[in-house]
Design a protein around this ligand. Structure first.
Ligand code: HEC
Ligand code: HEC
Length: 221
């Protein structure tokens, strides 16, 4: 704190010297620098000493939901088809490993209704990745077709295939996209207002069935 004041003061002095002669408004510049002195404590969300962890340091403390899964508590979606935040406690469910994914034990469509959970949507049972290989001539193949440019702008190599009742591998790691929400009361207010294209967009996904493939010309459908 003291250090910063000293630096700011010497900066103010230095700049006033610099400004003399080259600027008519050197007094204004000096005033601006002096006014801009910032204390370390005011820089971040925490308003306490940066050099010690005191009990009153709550700025960066995470407070995850303690609502148990099944309490009916949900969080409005941030925008149309945003991955919904996890509204319930995830204590004991993380990390997700190849051997243990508790999320699927409640959210797979065959069990979800009986658990009162939202079923995994159709997008999670869709493979959006073209099968990629290498042809004999060394060119890359997409769905068996040798291609020269894998960054086709007309999306010709996007593949949209149902994975049936098997969860797509790309959706296995739920917390890569879905996060539990921390109740951080000290965080700056969010003034973003979503404009949902569907009237129930705040609570439901609109991606389903043919809407996934609308206006896409793909190699495999
Ligand atoms: C014990 C069953 C159970 C488990 C395990 C579970 N959930 Fe849930 N989940 C629910 C229920 C029930 C809801 C509906 C809200 C509620 O009642 O809590 C829900 C809601 C959600 C939602 C919000 C859906 C929406 O429409 O807003 C997301 C996202 C979610 N869970 C993700 C996960 C993830 C990721 C995991 C694994 C870390 C997980 N859940 C584990 C039961 C479960
Ligand atoms: C690659 C990112 C990604 C991964 C991984 C992922 N999701 Fe999602 N999820 C989304 C997005 C984006 C949406 C909203 C659009 C949609 O429905 O596809 C969504 C929607 C949902 C919904 C709401 C469905 C509805 O009908 O409103 C639930 C529940 C859900 N996901 C649970 C899970 C669970 C559980 C897992 C792990 C097994 C998981 N997701 C893995 C991105 C992901």
């Amino acid at each position: 704190m003291k250090m910063i004041n000293k630096i700011a003061l010497s900066l103010a002095v230095a700049s006033s010297v610099l400004f003399v002669g080259c600027h008519n408004d050197s007094d204004t510049a000096k005033a601006e620098v002096a006014k801009g002195t910032i204390s370390e404590e005011s820089l971040g969300l925490r308003k306490t000493d940066l050099y010690s962890e005191r009990k009153d340091t709550t700025g960066d403390m995470t407070r995850y939901s303690k609502h148990y899964a099944g309490s009916g508590h949900k969080i409005a979606r941030a925008f149309q088809d945003a991955p919904p935040m996890i509204p319930h406690d995830v204590e004991g469910m993380l990390p997700i490993t190849i051997k243990s994914n508790q999320c699927t034990s409640c959210h797979m469509p065959d069990v979800a209704p009986s658990m009162g959970a939202t079923a995994l949507p159709v997008s999670h049972f869709t493979n959006f990745r073209a099968a990629t290989g290498i042809a004999k001539d060394g060119r890359i193949t997409k769905n068996g077709v040798a291609v020269d440019n894998t960054s086709s702008s007309d999306m010709a190599y996007v593949s949209i295939k149902s994975t049936g009742s098997k969860l797509s591998g790309a959706r296995f790691n739920c917390t890569q996209c879905h996060a539990p929400q921390s109740d951080a009361t000290d965080a700056p207010a969010n003034t973003f207002e979503a404009v949902f294209s569907d009237k129930d967009g705040a609570t439901k996904s609109s991606w389903s069935g043919s809407r996934l493939t609308d206006s896409l010309d793909t190699l495999a459908d």
